[in-house]
Design a protein. Sequence first.
Length: 246
Amino acid sequence: MALIGAGRGRPALDAYAERLRELGHPLARLPRTRLDVEYRFGVRVRGLGSVKTPDQLRSRFPEILPTGSGTAVGRTAVESPDAGRAATVAEPFTVSGWSREPEARFFTLPETLEPDDFNIAFIKELPLECLAGEGTRRGGALTCHTTADDVINELFAAAHTGGVNGQGQGAAYARLHAWNSLYALLGLPDDIPFLEAVRLAADHRWVRFMAFTDWFHHDTADVAFAVLDPSGTRIAVLAATDTDAC
């Protein structure tokens, strides 16, 4: 309870959490209380499982229509490889054994991307493995607006629930993996306070995207996000998929 943000104000749990800090335990960096952005952690809503179809995605999040100018700007994007950052972004999925290695990529633009052009037309121009062969399956591709709390909840769920071929993490570790991934998506150093990270996350533009390509299993779970920084020139993309097929 001390490690999932539920034990604040209980002397024994406070002392336990403080001792972890003294020992330099990795879980000790977690906030001592559950932040508002974490309100969905571990909460199950009947009827709201994995998003598997375009209609499900559109019913939960407002769709962003593709634009020709988004296509044009996407062609100017330059990849900025960062293996360490990519590994941290993918952490919730790799530690819990999702069936395919997640894709985490980073790009820069020579000019500011207009918010309305941050859509599937733009994303399809990025050299993403998860979009290779887009259109080979029926269903096409689309993007929808989302927010940081939706993203961090998916990161927590991925680590806590576990992949078909792996094992879910304890709630405290799942929480840590989710925060590590969010910080890496934002490109933030670890010493930035959590509340400041939440404020900065709100200044970014977040989208979910869905594409019916052969990279995604379209089976147990598919997750795909992209985030645009406030300058409109830096993009991070995360895609993951899981299946119980042999």
